[in-house]
Design a binder for this molecule. Sequence first.
Ligand code: BGC
Length: 420
Amino acid sequence: MWGSATSSHQVEGDNSNNDWWQSEHAGKLKFSSGKACDHYNLYKEDFKLARELKHNSHRFSLEWSRIETKEGEFDCKAIGHYKDMIKTLVSLDIKPIVTIHHYTLPVWVAEKGGWENRSIPIIFAGFVKKVVEELGENVEFWITLNEPVANIYKSYIEAVWPPHKSSFPCAIKVFKHMLKAHCEAYKIIHKTHKQNGWKTPKVSIAKHFLALSPCRKTSFFDNLSKNVRSYLFNDLFVRALVTGKCIVPGLIFLFLSAKKTLDFIGINYYTRDFVNFGGLSPRGILGNICTLEHHTAAGKRNFLNWEIYPEGMDSAVKCYSKYNLPILITENGICTGDDAEREGFIREHIGKVAKSISSGVNVIGYIYWSLLDNFEWSEGFGPRFGLIEVDYKTQKRTIRSSARSFSGIIDKNTVEMSFE
Ligand code: BGC
């Protein structure tokens, strides 16, 4: 599978009924999404460009706040819109990969406490049931949650995303609720497909993988922090869904209603962090992220100052291949003003994926982030991740040269690299 991804709030425009919009307009965020890429109206043209670029898959998300405007009240027009998006993709021979939740919550859900509400798995299940019944016939690949752990970290530890609450107990609560919500969603998606005699669905989450290295290579304590952090951020959520339980002494003791609720593993990979040990306390053992000045010799940086580190793609695939499930790269991308850099980034990262495949790992696809330049959450419109450039004043689309070279790789289903 080859293609690219977007998410509703980042591209659609005018998503005024969700918690992000509220935060944007309450001055809690520096930037506003506004019209974004007006993809809500321009999706047909955008999908034609994806087809022109030879994409055979496309990942996008449903905007819950448009579909379930108030609790239990579903908007037929919005459902019709997403039906048409799926129909358009299918007619272009592009496989839809549908994300059900990509960070945003309807205002009514946020007002009920959002992910902190202990009923959220049931509330989410109601939404999932409706959209799967309405849209499932033409969807095989479902992503229930986008980057749950990154979402929790940004929203409940760093507090820079809605609901802007820095609270470790809340973070743990939300972690458990998200696990439960995925489990319920998984069961509903499978049941609905079965009842309707539709193709057996493939369900997963999109798991953010952060490559981690110890600050000082030979330091026992830096390595300890790196391993603890990697276990908690990269592995724990996936492990819990596979085993059906999550037990972290003193922190989490949770048995889920089902195990093996991943049919494949979706990986989002971008960058690496260096970790140093912060002392003999739970917080200290988790370590600190080193400043850039500390690692000037590390790789080049993207527009947001994230290190470009293709080797991390190896670690990502390796981290999850132990579960013996197919792997789909659900996101990988770079924000840069230098398109030649994007071209190199794509080639190198796909090269790493190819290497994993040749060593026997079942990677079923590579989805680039993103089809279009878009609204980069708390960073606004500055970072340019798109294969297609967007002029936000005129909404004019321009295909970048990196998109053409990606298209060449897709065409040959091959990337020419020398494996050292
Ligand atoms: C998210 C996207 C985001 C991208 C770049 C991923 O973590 O799923 O929504 O735009 O990273 O930051």
